[in-house]
Design a protein. Structure first.
Length: 223
């Protein structure tokens, strides 16, 4: 068994890939999705009818609007994770892998919404905070070191990562399904990060890094 990983600039594309994989009979237990949620609480897990961030203008010390789980005394990361979990629950609906999506924080990346087997590799005994880094979890699952660094940087910058564990016999059809929704060419993306970028280090976005679009999941980003 090996792991196929693909990154998508659009959360919508990634979620449709997950749905297509499930429809093709790939077990939920072999699929995983990790999507960025930025510090302002704008989730990559948006839908076509809900592509704006949750408002924070109403927030007082008690978080009076029940639609927004964040409080004014939350850190940015805490607020983002809470809102990400809420958006993920709405998006997930009643069936499939995405129904179980939830929030956690990955070192060097921050709050994300995630579901599937890779979450178990990321989380330790603690609840809601990743015990290990995404690079290590991906390489431990068989993804090449170079790809793992590019994908980790990509999630940090707003991308969505879909991973599938599969037997060799099924790899071709899984790769074909994942290719239908504009996956990132990781080698081209590595070049797009610029000469100042060598690998994911968990720090701030490197000087000179370029992004396009404004909202993860609603337009292309260089992630």
């Amino acid at each position: 068994m090996h792991t196929i990983a693909r990154m998508y600039d659009s959360y919508s594309d990634a979620s449709q890939v997950v749905n297509a994989l499930e429809a093709a009979g790939i077990p939920h237990s072999d699929i995983s999705l990790i999507a960025n949620t930025d510090a302002q609480g704008r989730s990559a897990a948006t839908t076509s009818t809900a592509e704006t961030p949750l408002s924070t203008s109403h927030l007082t010390g008690g978080g009076t609007n029940p639609a927004d789980p964040a409080r004014t005394d939350d850190t940015n990361a805490e607020a983002g994770a809470k809102r990400g979990a809420t958006a993920g629950t709405v998006l997930g609906g009643a069936a499939g892998l995405l129904a179980g999506i939830g929030a956690l924080a990955i070192p060097g990346i921050g709050p994300v919404v995630a579901a599937g087997w890779l979450v178990a590799a990321l989380t330790g005994a603690g609840v809601g905070a990743a015990a290990g880094g995404l690079v290590g979890s991906l390489t431990g699952a068989g993804v090449s070191n170079d790809e793992a660094h590019v994908y980790s940087e990509g999630v940090k910058r707003g991308g969505t990562l879909v991973t599938v564990r599969t037997q060799d016999a099924d790899a071709g059809r899984i790769e074909a399904l994942m290719a239908e929704r504009n996956p990132v060419d990781w080698q081209q993306r590595r070049s797009a990060y610029g000469s100042d970028w060598s690998q994911f280090d968990g720090g701030s976005t490197p000087k000179g890094a370029t992004t396009t679009g404004t909202t993860p999941g609603t337009g292309p980003v260089i992630g």
